[in-house]
Ligand binder design. Structure first.
Ligand SMILES: Nc1ncnc2c1ncn2[C@@H]1O[C@H](COP(=O)(O)OP(=O)(O)OP(=O)(O)O)[C@@H](O)[C@H]1O
Length: 342
């Protein structure tokens, strides 16, 4: 549901232009994100959807500048946060932004939480890093934060270690850490995938409540359109490193245009259907070394593919106002490719 609109002249909170991120394999770089542009306005929840290997996580690691050193690299484009180009910042300046202005939560909190430190210690570390407060104040704040994310007996949980908590509770701790300094943007990378359905729903509800209370923007990375329908304002569908469709969440569900989006829709579990009969999309996302350089990257898996699909590279273009799609079934996607558009 589109809940809030940003002022027309407001600088977007995050603006990514023509981002290309690649990985070095042998002597060459191969792009996992290929000329992706997007904007996230203040207070919006933007979903990035696609199967595993579509480049969703690589895009968020590019924003956070947390790509594996010497292997992953932003090879082109711009990432601006509140109008500042993040690429130009020193590591020290970027450290100030990470955790304070932009923070991230991951699928598996056990890998992000340190098993040898107590929950309280880890939240306090974030607070002491970014705020001018003493340890006593930080302890008080971390208890309040745990309470705000629905953790029972926060006074004793601060003394406990991550392995003593359930998966859902650990994810709540991660959320408490991520919102400790009231970031303007939270990147949530598959935050509910490892949880069972009931806990998933609770965590999504919690994220939505926090977003509203803190006036925060969220990028919700997921392979699950069901998650998107619960929480997002806008949706970006990615396939093989490129955006294939973008619109608001209501329009996407009413009128999914790209055959890939349509197949993702079929893969949403329905209440009255058995999980085992869930539709899956045949085939796999190509590896970054094997990406087709001409034509549509989805063509070999697409039920609607035509011979031209492997020859014409579709442009991401508006088919209806506010609804962009990259598929030559739609006239505007057929525009001749500009040099370097691929
Ligand atoms: N360190 C790396 N070295 C080489 N290739 C990588 C590396 N990290 C990611 N990739 C490749 O980049 C592509 C995009 O990966 P990415 O993790 O962004 O996908 P994703 O859509 O987030 O999937 P998932 O949900 O599984 O994380 C994949 O082909 C992946 O194999």
């Amino acid at each position: 549901m589109v809940r809030k609109t940003a002022g027309q002249n407001e600088t977007p909170l995050l603006e990514i232009k023509e981002l290309q991120t690649g990985f070095k394999i042998g002597k060459n770089y191969y792009n996992a994100v290929e000329k992706v542009s997007l904007k996230v306005d203040k207070r919006k929840i933007v979903g990035i959807v696609g199967e595993s290997g579509c480049g969703k996580s690589v895009m968020s690691l590019s924003v956070m500048q947390l790509l594996p050193q010497g292997i992953g690299k932003v090879r082109g484009g711009e990432i601006k946060f509140e109008g500042r180009n993040l690429e130009n910042l020193s590591e020290r300046e970027m450290n100030k932004i990470r955790g304070k202005d932009i923070s991230m939560i991951f699928q598996e909190p056990m890998t992000a939480l340190n098993p040898v430190f107590t929950i309280g210690y880890q939240i306090e570390e974030v607070l002491l890093n970014h705020e001018n407060i003493d340890k006593k104040e930080a302890r008080k704040k971390s208890i309040a934060l745990l309470k705000s994310v629905g953790i029972p007996r926060p006074e004793s949980i601060v003394e406990e270690y991550p392995h003593q908590l359930s998966g859902g509770m650990r994810q709540r701790v991660m959320i408490a850490m991520a919102i400790a300094c009231q970031p303007k943007l939270l990147i949530a990378d598959e935050p509910t995938t490892a949880l069972d359905v009931t806990v998933q729903a609770q965590i999504l509800e919690l994220l939505k409540d926090i977003q509203e209370a803190n006036d925060m923007a969220i990028i919700m990375i997921t392979h699950d359109l069901g998650v998107v329908s619960e929480i997002c304002d806008e949706v970006i569908v990615m396939y093989a490193g490129k955006i294939v469709e973008r619109t608001d969440v209501i329009t996407l569900f009413e009128d999914p245009k790209h055959p890939y989006t349509q197949l993702l829709m079929n893969a949403i579990p329905k209440m009255d259907e058995n999980q085992e009969t869930l539709a899956t999309i045949e085939g796999l996302v190509p590896s970054i070394q094997k990406m087709p350089q001409v034509g549509c990257r989805f063509a070999n898996r697409c039920p609607k593919a035509m011979p031209e699909c492997t020859q014409i590279t579709p442009l991401l273009a508006e088919d209806d106002p506010g609804h962009e799609v990259a598929c030559i079934l739609y006239e505007n996607s057929k525009q001749p490719e500009r040099v370097g558009d691929r």
